[in-house]
Design a protein around this ligand. Structure first.
Ligand code: NCD
Ligand code: ZN
Ligand code: ZN
Length: 446
């Protein structure tokens, strides 16, 4: 396959460099199409027949937009014990078909001032396989305006979680939302109210953890977010119950659900590998959340990729950290549910590709002119059980061991192949992106 703009004579800007042919998800169904990709790595045009450049035909395989994961923790900077870094986490993302990831600010040290943000952006340069959007930590004590001039978004923690000890109170939350509404960046919230935690309860397994941080804690935090300042781009992270879905839906607030809350329950495993915030819920609750996702009522899918070492997860339950890895397995696990006809492909693509990209103001997630050619090629016949031995996340384990998965066969970032035959073959050419809230039609290429 030709590589656009790498070798030889550079064609003029916007010239068609190559054509990707196959079946693609367009206008709510799979159609045979040819996608012309220009030499800047943008989709030039889409049609039945394209000419004027070499073709790469994927045969019976399916061409999809690559995914945007609104919520990962790549742990850099993260101290010596970090179970991931930008280089390893971004390769895991690439293999999982994720082309843009929003990286959270609960680092060591936290991303709470412009210097920490600049340091993290420097670490991305030349080391990331995919694009990253960097969230800054939002607090009334942080220099919000100065952070906003560099950050891609803000993250609010309403409860303690990994790397977070201090949280705002109710009045503080309202004031914080107000201040953030002028800054015009997406704001993601970890919504649990510690006032509703069963602090005295001794937690020995995931079912205890669900009782310690019960669904009521999530609902109470969400109730503080249902009438945000009008201009605020508010989004609630890792929602776990149907009632949360209902309230956020009614209020018109954006939110995400994770593969682990959609697929795993508090009985899926006995130990701290299944300890996560918010907790895995009882099976009945999980089934309702899954049904809401299948009905298309959950706008975004996000992994909350939160790797911890196997050693840390082997500690006694009450002392082990919360969080599970997921950026590499999110799309493959859900594609396997599509293959099993439990989920519509259009529903998955809206939640994993289109809406998250739009939320972050990126021209991604659709196979259409004016969008970057960040695409994956998937062969639904090629499914296999997940095994931690073949995953690339540096933490080296998954809570989905043995689950059926359909991995992308190919992945293109800006028209360049970064995954081939399921292997990473890319270069660390990913960059830091920030929201560009302008209509796609008016946007000039980067
Ligand atoms: C996350 C982590 O480990 O950084 N842990 C988790 O249980 N989800 C933090 C978070 O998203 O709350
Ligand atoms: Zn969280
Ligand atoms: Zn998280």
């Amino acid at each position: 396959m030709p590589r656009a703009g790498v070798e030889g004579e550079q064609p003029a800007d916007g010239d068609i460099a190559w054509i990707l042919a196959g079946r693609a998800w367009i206008r709510d169904r799979l159609e045979p199409v040819e996608i012309a990709i220009d030499n800047r790595g943008w989709i030039h045009s889409v049609g039945k027949v394209r000419t004027g450049a070499p073709h790469h035909d994927v045969g019976d395989a399916v061409i999809l937009p690559a995914a945007t994961d609104l919520h990962v923790h790549f742990r850099e900077p993260g101290g010596l014990d970090a179970a991931e870094n930008i280089a390893t986490g971004s390769v895991a993302a690439a293999l999982g078909g994720v082309t843009l990831a929003g990286d959270m600010p609960n680092n060591l040290p936290p991303i709470a001032d412009p210097e920490a943000l600049a340091d993290k952006a420097r670490r991305v340069g030349g080391r990331s396989a995919v694009d990253l959007l960097l969230y800054a930590s939002a607090s009334l004590d942080h220099p919000l305006e100065r952070l906003a001039s560099r950050a891609g978004g803000f993250k609010i923690y309403l409860s303690p979680t990994t790397g977070i000890d201090a949280v705002p109170n109710v009045a503080g939350t309202a004031e914080l939302l107000q201040r953030l509404s002028d800054l015009d960046l997406p704001v993601s919230v970890h919504a649990e109210d510690p006032a509703a935690f069963a602090h005295g309860l001794d937690a020995q397994n995931p079912a205890d953890w669900n009782r310690r941080r019960p669904p009521e804690a999530e609902l109470r935090a969400i109730d503080r977010l249902l009438s945000p300042p009008p201009r605020l781009r508010l989004h609630v992270a890792h929602v776990t119950t149907q009632e949360s879905v209902r309230r956020l839906h009614l209020a018109g607030v954006s939110f995400e659900a994770t593969p682990h809350h959609l697929l795993l329950s508090d009985r899926s495993g006995p130990d701290a590998r299944f300890k996560v915030n918010p907790p895995l819920r009882p099976e009945e609750e999980r089934r309702e959340l899954w049904a809401a996702f299948v009905r298309g009522e959950i706008p975004c899918l996000a992994s909350d990729h939160a790797p911890h070492s196997a050693d840390a997860k082997g500690l006694p339950f009450d002392r082990a950290p919360s969080g599970v890895p997921g950026v590499e397995t999110m799309l493959p696990l859900l594609l396997a549910r599509v293959r099993a006809r439990e989920l519509g492909l259009g529903t998955l693509l809206a939640a994993a590709c289109d809406r998250p990209a739009r939320w972050l103001g990126q021209p991604l997630g659709r196979i259409a002119p004016g969008h970057r050619a960040n695409l994956v090629v998937v062969d639904f016949r090629n499914h296999r059980p997940l095994s931690s031995r073949t995953l690339r996340t540096a933490c080296g384990w998954t809570p989905f061991e043995g689950w059926e998965a359909v991995f992308p066969r190919e992945h293109y970032r800006d028209g360049r192949r970064i995954v081939e035959d399921g292997e990473y073959v890319g270069t660390p050419g990913g960059g830091v992106v920030r929201p560009e809230y302008v209509p796609v039609a008016k946007r000039s290429p980067r």
